[in-house]
Design a protein around this ligand. Structure first.
Ligand SMILES: Cc1cc2nc3c(=O)[nH]c(=O)nc-3n(C[C@H](O)[C@H](O)[C@H](O)COP(=O)(O)OP(=O)(O)OC[C@H]3O[C@@H](n4cnc5c(N)ncnc54)[C@H](O)[C@@H]3O)c2cc1C
Length: 303
C-alpha cells in the first residue's frame, strides 16, 4: 500500500481532533497569572483573563514575587478576582522576609476578601544565588507555613511539587519526604513545576502513593513556543528533554518560528492528553499572562 501525502495529512488531522470533547466542562483546568507591573501589562492581563474565563477554570492563581516584592499587587489582583468574578482565586504566599504575625495578617485579609485557596510556598530569596534564610520570627519551610495557615482559617492549600526534584534537595527521596510532609501538614493538593514528559508525573504520583499519600497532584503545563525559550526554561528549573528540542529544531528547519510554535503547542497538547488519560486530576496552565497558547491547547483537547 502506498501512503500519499493526503493520507498523512488526514491521519495528522485525526490526531488533532479533540479527544476529550465529551469531557469539556468536567475536566478541571486552572490558570496561573502573575501580578502586572505596569498599566499596559495590567490591561493585557485583564484581556487575557476575559479570554480564558469562558473556559471555566476551577480556579485561577496569582503568584507572589520573590521576597514578597508583589505583596500588594498580588493581594489587589486576587481580591479583584474574588470580588468581580465567579472564578475562585488562589493567592500564592511565601515565607520570605515575613514574620509569622505578618503572614497571619496577610492570610486573614485574604479570608476576609473571600479568598479560600492559598498556594503555600517557601519562596526563593530576593537575590539570586543566595541561600534561603528564614525570617527570625518566620516560617522555615513550606511545610511549616502550611501548618501555620491551618491554624488561621480552613483554607484549601496547594503546595509545590517537583517532578525533577527541587534543586536544593539533597536527594529525590528527601524531596519526596518533604512533599509528603507538606501534604501531611494539611495541604489539600500539590501543583507541579512544569515538565515535559508524562512519566515524570506518573513516577511522582506512584512514589507518593507508595508512601500512602493519595492527595491530588495537579500537573503544571507550560508549552515551549520558541527555541530561545528552551534555555530560559532550564534557568527556571525544568530541563527541556532532547527529544523535544530535536522536534522543535526540525520544525524550525521546515517552517521557522511559526512552525516551532505550532510544534511546541502540539507537544504540550500530547502531554495533556497523556496526563488526562493517565488520571491527572486536572491541568494547571502557566499562562505567563497570555491567552493564546493555553486557548489553543484547550481547544485541541476539548474542542
Ligand atoms: C506551582 C509553583 C508555584 C510557585 N509560585 C511561586 C511564587 O508565587 N512565588 C515565589 O517566590 N516562588 C514560587 N515558586 C517557587 C518556589 O518558591 C521555589 O521553588 C522555592 O525554592 C521552594 O519553595 P517550596 O515551597 O517548594 O519549598 P519547600 O517545600 O520548603 O522546599 C524547599 C527545599 O528545602 C527542602 N526541605 C524543606 N524542608 C526540609 C527538611 N525539613 N529537611 C530537608 N530538606 C527540606 C526541600 O526538599 C526543597 O529542596 C513556585 C513553585 C511552584 C512549583
Amino acid at each position: 500500500m502506498t501512503v500519499s501525502l493526503q493520507d498523512l495529512e488526514e491521519a495528522r488531522r485525526a490526531l488533532d481532533t479533540p479527544l476529550f470533547a465529551d469531557l469539556a466542562g468536567d475536566a478541571q483546568v486552572s490558570f496561573e497569572f502573575f501580578p502586572p507591573k505596569t498599566e499596559r501589562m495590567e490591561t493585557q492581563l485583564w484581556e487575557t483573563f476575559d479570554t480564558l474565563a469562558p473556559l471555566a477554570p476551577r480556579f485561577v492563581s496569582v503568584t507572589y514575587g520573590a521576597g514578597g516584592s508583589t505583596r500588594e499587587r498580588t493581594h489587589a489582583m486576587v481580591a479583584r478576582i474574588a470580588a468581580q468574578t465567579n472564578i475562585p482565586a488562589a493567592a500564592h504566599l511565601t515565607c520570605v522576609a515575613a514574620s509569622k504575625a505578618e503572614i497571619a495578617e496577610i492570610a486573614q485579609n485574604y479570608w476576609e476578601a473571600g479568598v479560600r485557596h492559598i498556594v503555600a510556598l517557601r519562596g526563593d530569596p530576593p537575590e539570586m544565588g543566595h541561600a534561603f534564610a528564614p525570617h527570625p520570627d518566620g516560617y522555615a519551610s513550606a511545610a511549616d507555613l502550611v501548618a501555620g495557615l491551618r491554624d488561621i482559617a480552613p483554607f484549601e492549600i496547594s503546595v509545590a511539587a517537583y517532578p525533577e526534584m527541587h534543586p536544593e534537595a539533597v536527594s529525590p527521596a528527601a524531596d519526596l519526604d518533604n512533599l509528603k510532609r507538606k501534604l501531611d501538614a494539611g495541604a489539600t493538593s500539590a501543583i507541579t513545576q512544569f515538565f515535559f514528559d508524562f512519566e515524570e508525573w506518573r513516577r511522582l504520583v506512584n512514589e507518593l502513593g507508595s508512601l500512602g499519600v493519595t492527595k491530588p497532584v495537579l500537573p503544571g503545563i507550560m508549552p515551549v513556543t520558541t527555541l530561545s525559550g528552551v534555555a530560559r526554561m532550564a534557568e527556571m528549573g525544568a530541563a527541556v528533554p532532547i527529544w523535544l528540542i530535536e522536534r522543535l529544531e526540525r520544525a524550525h528547519e521546515q517552517g521557522g518560528g511559526p512552525a516551532v510554535r505550532a510544534e511546541g503547542i502540539r507537544a504540550a497538547t500530547e502531554l495533556c492528553r497523556e496526563l488526562l488519560d493517565g488520571g491527572a486530576p486536572g491541568l494547571h496552565f502557566y499562562t505567563l499572562n497570555r491567552s493564546t497558547a493555553t486557548q489553543e491547547i484547550h481547544s485541541q483537547l476539548f474542542g
